[in-house]
Design a protein around this ligand. Sequence first.
Ligand code: PFF
Length: 438
Amino acid sequence: MADRETWATRLGFILASVGSAVGLGNIWRFPYQTAEFGGAAFLVVYLIAVLIIGLPAILAEFVIGRRAGLSAIDAFDELGFPGWRAVGALGVFAGFWTLSYYSVVGGWVFRYIIGSLTGAYLSAPGEYFGAVSAGPEAIAFHAVFMAVTVGIVAFGIRGGIERATRVMVPSIVVLLVGLAVYAFTLPGSGAGYEYFLQPDFSVIAANYQAVIPAAVGQALFSLSVGFSVMITYASYIGDDEDMFVDSGAIAVTNTFVGIAAGLVVFPLLAVQGGNYGSAGPGAIFVSVPTALSEVPFGAAVGFVFFLIVAVAALSSAISLLEVVVSHLVDTYGFERKRTTLLLGSAIFLLGVPSARDTAWLTWFDNIGVNLLVPATVLLVVFFVGWVLAGDAVEEIQAGTETFESLGPVWLWSVRTLVLLAVLGTLALSVFELTGAPL
Ligand code: PFF
């Protein structure tokens, strides 16, 4: 078996998982999805989804990974169910698919780091975003983002990025909180808190078939569940690891960063006119620079902000690429560097339409988050709940004394509640995407 890296410490595993979870999904995607799907009501559904689907599903992926000790697809053979390899493969494919446009957004972030040097985005943030988010510049920066990701994975120097995560998460929180406090002082920001934090449940009643899949999809995407990433990462951990504690730590940190981003974006959008629903994928890229244009040293703050967002984006991107690469390296014995380069090139090409036109980006995102990911999670949950069953409880109980009694409860919920919730979500998505009336 070719060079598998291992976690030297338990902290290494947590840092890598948090590094994978915290990323553009929290800072870029979460605020604009919340804005688009009704504000606080969406937030409530999202939080419920994290709790009743995301957490049990992360645990399900951990159980598969640790029990097998092999990367995502081979894990199913190792457990004695070769027929289920397709589930791992579907997750790996979701990663391949997702990275194609994730890298385009990562490229926007890189562009904004450069833009901070001259303060280019400060004079007309909306126009600036329009100019750099699609077209030749976007393609060029997508290429750069992908090249950096490939470089890190090819040389197996993830360690550096993971150590950076240790600094990145606290820094992003400090910066977001700083920006949030600034936004709080602006006249007119109050309406933003109302939209973000005061649920109007009639929104859900009126549009549940779109709101529920969007919230569940966001929860899974944000936690990196359904991409075989957590299976692969957990394949490196030992039996003394308390997976309940780990998954809880990941979910709490991840949710916290998303909410902090919301506390920046919503007040700023309120001050800047309150058009939440139409903010779209540019929400953070326009609202933050607009606010920065009003403060002294705005470009310098922007530089630090986008730099940290870039680290968050990279630590997520490498997990996506790593899973695809490690499958090919482990299973077929392919050479690591060449495989990474070839895959990176293929993913770059797949992302070109998204870099040329944001309508393609949202299409890719939609298919990935609302279809591929819930489909993978449905199968993972079914596998763990009904196929592994008792073995899964045994696996999850290893390493925990505090939460031993939660094992059977977790299995019961995976077999019923979680399974039905994901099934319902997927059904709604399919109806939404195919336009069938419901
Ligand atoms: N969770 C990451 C984010 O929120 O930005 C995105 C992601 C990374 C999804 C890795 C899936 C994954 F496997």
